[in-house]
Write a protein that binds this ligand. Structure first.
Ligand code: BDR
Ligand code: CA
Length: 320
């Protein structure tokens, strides 16, 4: 059983990543959610974290509120595809949940110290909390088992031609994390997540499955689909963060290369991840495994297989 802490800014695709993780009760032990400013402000994302736990019926999981702004700069623009409330403006019921007293970074530091070498960090928002923990506690990095990040891109960004949203919001934090010396980092960026495309037929299947969780996912992805149509005239939506959870359940869902990754913090390419494959750049030391592709069919078999196992065959048939 893998022990994980999800550091998140929910966020529609964050919600899916959390729900998938919670459905894998035998494989993943979700110790806590930590929240961070990103898709919307930290107050809203923290409320959203509780709403998602309510949908999943997992109010036993603690939530720790994190940073309200990036590490070294003022607040950035919110993302434009998650709705004003960060959860697609679909009127998800307010939750009674309240965050723990301890801050996200202090909790991360304490928890990985208590369970040295046991915990996988899963940041699916800007890396502010993780970088804060790196800076605050010299032992933090060595206490962490691995870090599996949604962020970055080898080729094309989504906020600028070069920068992916999570790194663009807090590039200094991302740089600190890649330079910190973690035993293992996996960067699941846009080169892989662009293959995780929820097409209209699969989305309709979620409606027909007709459980509270499937109807929630159907509803919450509406605003996402609208944004993709508005921006790219494509039917459906890309689901970024949830690929990280799928990877934790089946690492064959992505292809990776060994690389040295750095992050640009200034200028035209601010927020861009610069990926040097070590096969080619022999003078660079590997600090990361970078996802360069994802298997769409396998992803949806994992997604439906865990969340709605009785529909796995239907999904396999739909995918041919
Ligand atoms: C990332 O940006 C956010 O909008 C998503 O939640 C995801 O974490 C994708 O670039
Ligand atoms: Ca996110």
């Amino acid at each position: 059983m893998r022990k994980i802490i999800i550091d998140t800014d929910p966020g529609i695709d964050d919600a899916l990543a959390i729900l998938l993780a919670l459905s894998a009760r035998e494989e993943l032990d979700v110790l806590a959610l930590t929240t961070v400013n990103g898709n919307v402000d930290v107050e809203k994302v923290t409320k959203n974290a509780f709403k998602i736990l309510d949908v999943a019926g997992r109010t036993d999981i603690p939530v720790y509120k994190g940073n309200r702004k990036p590490l070294m700069r003022e607040n950035s623009m919110p993302a434009d595809c998650h709705g004003d409330d960060g959860l697609g403006n679909i009127g998800v019921a307010e939750s009674a949940g309240v965050p723990e007293e301890e801050s996200a970074a202090d909790f991360l530091i304490r928890k990985v110290r208590e369970e040295k070498g046991e915990i996988t960090l899963v940041p699916i928002g800007p890396l502010t909390n993780i970088a804060e923990a790196v800076q605050k506690d010299p032992a933090f990095v060595k206490n962490v088992k691995e870090v599996v990040i949604m962020g970055g891109a080898v080729h094309e960004g989504n906020v600028t031609p070069y920068a992916e949203f999570n790194f663009w919001v807090d590039p200094e934090a991302a740089k600190i994390v890649f330079q910190a010396g973690f035993e293992k980092i996996v960067m699941v960026g846009l080169d892989a997540t662009k293959h995780v495309w929820l097409n209209p037929a699969l989305r309709e299947l979620l409606y027909q499955i007709n459980t509270p969780v499937s109807r929630f996912i159907h509803k919450v992805t509406r605003v996402y689909a609208d944004a993709h149509w508005r921006q790219h005239q494509k039917l459906g939506s890309e689901l970024c963060d949830v690929l990280v959870t799928a990877y934790l359940l089946d690492n064959g869902v992505i292809d990776t290369i060994d690389a040295f990754v750095d992050v640009e913090t200034q200028g035209l390419c601010e927020g861009a991840s610069v990926v040097y494959p070590v096969m080619k750049y022999k003078d660079k030391m590997k600090n990361c495994e970078v996802a360069v592709n994802a298997d769409t069919g396998r992803f949806f078999e994992i997604f439906f297989g865990y969340l709605f196992p009785e529909y796995l065959d239907t999904v396999k048939k739909m995918q041919g």
